[in-house]
Design a protein around this ligand. Structure first.
Ligand code: PEP
Ligand code: MG
Length: 736
């Protein structure tokens, strides 16, 4: 069967003219893609072409195979095998193999705006001679393919790119990570099936009162149950508040008096209230609409004497447009293996509950309720943000392999949590936690303290400005929880996307660069003073660490510090117990501060680099804009030089410097920060195990030398180079 090298001439002109012909014809995107790959196979005499598409979490997925079928892995991690290496190194490779299936393999990266978006591989059973001009021509075709893939992804109305793994996939945003397999279980909401009008208002009111009492009892029982997770308790406390809202109750009563049944009155008033809640732009209040909807559904169920959800068996993937946390809790959770929602965001209560029960959850999945029907088998890959409908055995197997790999990493992280934060060559690094976001305050891993406490959450979750007492109690709780370890409290970083419903809301063209954070509280000094007073009270007898966000000019730091000193003085005058020590620092997240370090550093006790904002303002690239999300990399020589400059200058001035942006939560980026000299990192609690594991497997000194050489690179990112180095040195970077 096998013969010698293929000697038929390959003509570039033919290849390009066929390509132009295909591009000019009317056809669906998927057909066009197949046609291009077929031309490549024919003109290069390589019978198989396989296209891998980059998915989130640096996984390449086999998407299209044209020509002779060959068994190849469905998923390939960046850096793995020829396909993964091409994605990592962004360079074409021609390999020869002594493989029964193929002898020649040409593998090329598909690049768009510096990012690898896919990999094309062409395979032949014979040895194929490919002169450089031919390889170059195929690289040109890859440029066309890259363009085409990007358009295909951007055009949501076009037919989605097929997957080798199954006929249909849906994409969404990972809200709780993990993998899940099961059958679709559509969530059914209660329909009003009671009469709308009633003749005896008194009887209806009595029924309503009874329903309120019943629901109240259920809630109280769950609140008292010791096994109820804290997240669940918080939700039921919110219901409790709604149930005791006398204004709402009066509205229902008056609707009943006008002749409606209890059910209809409940529905009418609930819909009015929901409309109002949804029209508010504040994300927190929007989320509370879910809770309210959830509560009215419960009341309705009691009124209509409907029981709980019908019994379920087997493994189910719950699918809904939106879902309340309590609606989820009504299911027998041991059968709910995953959740797919059309809406949903990190702050949704249902997400917090799903996280507490470790149920993978994908949100923002368009048309999920229409496309996923009862009983459909699905596989949920929350690390890549995808749902596979009717997954093939290959896909299911490949996902299970990744699930196992992920589990093993998680087990390793858990084992390392109690070990020291030291590198292989003895470099100790302080690993702290970022706290303050909902849902991550419980079951904290052992750490060196809280490197960033975002105080704005309390302000966003109250109906009005929290008074000094409420604030003091909240800060005290954090200090108790930290058990004597330092907590770096950041003063209010409000404005931009974090709006307070009760606070004047100015429409701004560029809110991220607008009246926010320290700018706002210096203008509304009472707000800052109250917060500082509460922080001082909470720190009686303790060391206090305070930092100010978004400082753009040294003057702002001085003003904020002056306010703090005034409050401390006033406290002494009141003869209240003082903090034993006060350390005042700043976030370093606006580039203008870089040019004032000589003035700033002698004035501060510490700085914390907010890489999220620092990168946003350095690259002039909105951190929330998906279109440019991957355009600039924090692992670019320019950004790394900036970080090195800050870290080194802080060391010269003897000012402790930590990094608390998202970079510190990603193992590869965190090690790079350590390589640049950072010895304090603050990260999300879930990231601690992976960063610590990576640190413990690294020899810092040789890495520093390599990293230094990379800072002279002219590439826009040195991510792949650093990744290759660390992988080659057996550093445990985990499931990337
Ligand atoms: C940052 O900007 O890096 C940071 C930690 O603050 P936030 O993400 O809260 O803006
Ligand atoms: Mg910031």
């Amino acid at each position: 069967m096998e013969s010698g090298p293929n000697t038929k001439p390959i003509v570039v002109a033919d290849l390009m003219s066929d390509l132009r012909a295909v591009m000019s014809k009317e056809m669906t995107s998927v057909r066009r893609l197949n046609a291009i790959l077929t031309i490549l196979c024919e003109k290069l005499y390589m019978p198989t072409a396989v296209l891998y598409v980059m998915r989130p979490a640096d996984v390449l997925e086999q998407s299209v195979m044209v020509g002779k079928s060959i068994k190849l892995p469905v998923f390939v991690r960046v850096g793995e095998g020829a396909v993964g290496s091409v994605a990592l190194e962004k360079k074409t490779r021609l390999d020869t193999a002594k493989n029964a299936q193929y002898k020649s393999v040409l593998t090329l990266p598909l690049i768009r705006g510096n990012q690898v978006i896919g990999v094309l591989t062409l395979l032949s059973r014979k040895m194929v001679r490919l002169p450089p001009e031919i390889v170059e021509a195929v690289e040109n075709v890859c440029m066309v393919l890259s363009e085409f893939l990007t358009d295909l992804n951007a055009d949501k109305s076009s037919q989605a790119l097929p997957n080798i793994s199954g006929p249909e996939t849906l994409e969404g945003t990972t809200l709780v990570g993990g993998f899940a397999f099961g059958e679709v279980l559509p969530h059914r909401r209660m329909e009003l099936s009671a009469p709308i009008l009633a003749t005896h208002p008194a009887r209806e009111q009595k029924r309503l009162a009874l329903a309120f009492v019943r629901v109240q009892q259920v809630i109280e029982r769950r609140l008292k149950r010791p096994t109820t997770p804290k997240e669940e308790k918080e939700i039921f406390e919110t219901y409790h508040l709604f149930l005791n809202d006398t204004e709402w109750r009066a509205k229902i009563d008056s609707a009943i008096m006008s002749g409606l049944s209890a059910e209809a009155a409940l529905q009418k008033t609930a819909e009015d209230a929901l409309d109002k809640m949804r029209s508010i732009s504040d994300p927190y209040l929007k989320e509370r609409a879910h809770d309210f909807q959830d509560l009215t559904a419960r009341l309705m169920r009691v009124l209509m004497k409907k029981g709980k959800n019908k019994k379920i068996v087997g493994s189910k993937i719950l699918v809904a447009d939106s879902l309340g946390a309590a609606e989820l809790l009504d299911y027998d959770l041991k059968h709910i293996k995953g959740i797919i929602l059309e809406d949903g965001s990190q702050t949704t209560h249902v997400v917090i509950v799903a996280r507490a029960y470790r149920i993978p959850l994908l949100g923002g999945v368009k048309d999920a309720t229409r496309r996923l029907l009862e009983g459909d088998p699905v596989a949920l890959d929350c690390s890549a943000g995808r749902v596979y409908l009717h997954p093939s055995d290959d896909t299911a197997d490949a996902l299970k392999v990744r699930q196992n790999v992920m589990r093993k990493w998680q087990q390793l992280y858990a084992r390392n949590l109690d070990k020291a934060n030291v590198s292989k060559d003895g470099v100790a690094v302080n690993l702290m936690l970022n706290l303050g976001l909902p849902g991550n305050q419980d079951k904290l891993p052992p750490s060196d303290g809280v490197g960033l406490y975002r105080t704005e959450l309390l302000f966003m979750t109250t109906k009005s400005l929290p008074d000094i007492h409420t604030q003091t109690e909240a800060y005290r709780r954090v200090l108790v929880q930290s058990k004597g370890k330092p907590v770096y409290f950041r003063t209010l970083d409000i404005g931009s996307d974090k709006v307070l419903p009760y606070f004047e809301n100015h429409r701004e063209e560029n809110p991220a660069m607008g009246w926010r954070s320290i700018r706002m509280v210096l203008d509304r000094r009472a707000l800052l003073r109250t917060q500082l007073r509460a922080l001082i009270k909470a720190h009686a007898g303790k060391t206090m660490y305070i930092m100010f966000p978004m400082v753009t000019d040294v003057f702002e730091f001085l003003e904020a510090k002056r306010t703090l000193l005034l409050e401390l003085k006033a406290m002494t005058a009141r003869r209240e117990k003082a903090p034993v020590d006060v350390k005042v620092g700043t976030m370093l997240e606006v580039p203008s501060l870089l040019f004032q370090l000589d003035r700033l550093l002698p004035l501060v006790d510490f700085v914390s680099i907010g890489t999220n904002d620092l990168a946003q303002f350095t690259f002039a690239a909105d951190r929330g804009n998906a279109l440019i999300a991957n355009r600039y990399d924090v692992l670019s020589p320019v950004f790394l030089r900036i970080l090195r400059h800050i870290i080194q200058t802080c060391a010269e001035y003897n000012v402790p410097c930590s990094v608390c942006g998202e970079m510190a939560s990603r193992p590869l980026d965190a090690l790079t920060l350590i390589g640049l000299g950072a010895r304090r990192l603050s990260m999300s609690p879930e990231a601690l195990g992976s960063v610590k594991t990576a640190l413990r497997s690294l020899s810092v000194q040789p890495f520093v030398a390599y990293l230094e050489s990379q800072l002279n690179s002219t590439q826009p990112s040195v991510r792949s180079a650093l990744f290759s180095y660390l992988r080659d040195h057996q550093v445990l970077l985990g499931e990337v």
